[in-house]
Design a protein around this ligand. Structure first.
Ligand code: CA
Length: 223
């Protein structure tokens, strides 16, 4: 049975959705605030999240951001009452898969749930680290709504760093990752990294940097 985490504080909507989704054969775990959503999210068997934005203890965006930062790629559908485009764009940038505007019909929601569950993780294959968002399949790195201009090799390196943020990465590990043909040398790594640093700087990003760890390698970290 497919398990869904429903995060919704409206009692009428929450109860109605739970009943309807269970009638469709889903198992629903209903959380009414961020704190209980975080606890319910520990279930490894969850396959989808329906996420309201306005919650009593904060915004659904906080939950979305936290689970994506933790590496979770579970499909997330935002249930939004907000009609402004900004909140939708923000949700998608944070790694939501889809959104439905309230009020929505059960059929519409069910169709979107089925689609999100069916989709290979392609669209959700995004990795966020702080202000950086890596769209792995599109080979793009975003800072806010700006794309950071990178060469293919620079993308490989930065994307590897983001996937291994906050850990020390050796030159050997980098060479293995980006240089399958063993054509590169240590100094190529160093110069590529200095290019990546200046690309990040040029984009205006100040909250994340690649630090050199003397004699060992590098570490991507938040400042
Ligand atoms: Ca709400």
């Amino acid at each position: 049975m497919i398990e869904i985490l429903l995060v919704e504080d409206d009692p009428v909507l929450g109860r109605g959705l739970s009943i309807n989704l269970e009638a469709e054969g889903y198992r629903v775990h209903w959380a009414t605030d961020l704190a209980s959503a975080a606890i319910a999210n520990k279930r490894k068997s969850l396959e989808l999240v329906l996420l309201d934005l306005g919650l009593p203890d904060g915004s659904g965006f906080q939950f979305l951001k936290a689970i994506r930062e933790s590496g979770s790629r579970i499909p997330v559908i935002i249930l939004t009452a907000k009609t402004d485009e900004d909140s939708v764009v923000e949700g998608l940038q944070l790694g939501a898969n889809d959104y439905v505007r309230k009020p929505f019909g059960d059929r519409e929601l069910l169709a979107r749930i089925k689609t999100a569950l069916k989709e290979p993780q392609v669209r959700s294959h995004q990795i966020r680290y702080g202000d950086l968002l890596v769209l792995v399949d599109r080979r793009q790195v975003m800072y806010g709504d700006r794309e950071i201009d990178l060469s293919p090799r620079e993308f490989d390196i930065l994307s590897y760093f983001v996937q291994h943020a906050d850990t020390v990465i050796t030159r050997e590990a980098l060479l293995e990752t980006i240089d399958k043909d063993n054509e590169l040398f240590d100094r190529t790594i160093d110069s590529t990294i200095s290019h990546v640093r200046s690309r990040l700087k040029k984009s205006g990003l100040k909250s994340i940097e690649i630090n050199s760890i003397y004699g060992v390698g590098y570490r991507l970290e938040k400042i």
